[in-house]
Write a protein of this length. Structure first.
Length: 306
């Protein structure tokens, strides 16, 4: 079973999908009989981190197209410090998503679904809120709809990030941030991300074999851009959403604000939220028991049109 975490499924096709500005995004795709899932990771993620989930989605009959966002994984990096998680705006990622959906519809069989984790979930929801169309259903996993931002909290951190950008420090790592640090089982980071100490080292296993997959902490610029992007999710935009939406989340989360998730899901017509007590931020790297329930929720939701 664990071998599926250390190899991409056979029969896939590696793509370099061109964006409007010439940037090419790395996408790995596999065919399926029940439609296609566009799988979108979080900040710092890469396709290989989702190997096990890709195997399982394929076993359920879905095709999968898994993408690395620009600036991370094998899609190339941004700026002159490639190991920093930096950006000036989330707008290029939102634009990329629209082009990825257009590519998906031209390349892979219908129906078409989007699954986004954390930052990927935020970007998927923002794209939909800004009029994005072409997906039959969307599913968000632990979406970044609010930021915890310890130790100062979101109010103070938002203002500090803006100030750091204003004084030319936007490219600097956030307080306490730095280069990628290998995974340590039992660490506070592990407990925040997953309660499963067996799955947690998987990310580090891949980075140890390809250091270019790793990326460090976010910068003040990324953090300021993240808060600005959250502001784009206005009540009016959320109330106008029509794409069927399911949100899966831990009951408490050390990275994103679950209270904000509850508020925003409540503002979206027909959207549903399911939470898990004791789960960490990364539901697809959780224990077998939690993952089994998460995958059942995913399959049940997508089956509504598959």
């Amino acid at each position: 079973m664990s071998d599926r975490r250390h190899r991409l499924p056979e029969g896939g096709v590696a793509e370099r999908v061109a964006m409007a500005d010439g940037t090419r995004l790395r996408v790995e795709r596999w065919p399926g009989q029940r439609g296609t899932v566009l799988l979108l990771g979080g900040r710092g993620d890469f396709v290989e981190k989702y190997c096990e989930a890709i195997h399982e989605l394929l076993a359920l009959g879905y095709g999968v197209a898994a993408a690395d966002w620009r600036g991370q994984g094998r899609s190339g990096r941004l700026g002159d410090a490639p190991m920093k998680g930096h950006c000036d705006s989330f707008a290029p990622w939102v634009a990329d998503l629209g082009q990825l959906v257009a590519w998906l519809r031209q390349t892979m069989p219908a129906p078409w679904f989007g699954i986004g984790h954390s930052m990927g979930g935020h970007l998927l929801l923002r794209w939909l809120a800004e009029g994005g169309a072409g997906l039959d259903r969307a599913l968000l996993l632990s979406p970044m709809l609010g930021i915890q931002a310890p130790p100062l909290g979101p109010w103070a951190t938002r203002r500090l990030a803006r100030a750091m950008v204003a004084v030319g420090r936007g490219g600097s790592w956030v307080l306490g941030g730095g280069p990628y640090v290998p995974a340590v089982v039992g660490s506070a980071r592990q407990r925040m991300l997953t309660s499963d100490p067996d799955r947690y080292p998987n990310e580090g296993w891949w980075i140890a074999r390809d250091a270019e997959l790793g990326i460090g902490a976010p910068t003040w610029g990324w953090l300021a851009a993240a808060f600005a992007s959250l502001d784009a999710l206005t009540p009016a935009a959320l109330a106008a959403l029509t794409t069927p939406l399911l949100v899966l989340s831990p009951e408490t989360d050390g990275l994103v604000d679950v209270a904000a998730t509850r508020r925003q899901v409540a503002a979206i017509p027909g959207a549903r939220l399911r939470t898990w007590p004791g789960a960490g931020h990364e539901l697809l790297r959780e224990t077998d028991a939690i993952r089994g329930e998460v995958l059942a929720q995913i399959d049940g939701f997508l089956s509504g049109v598959a």
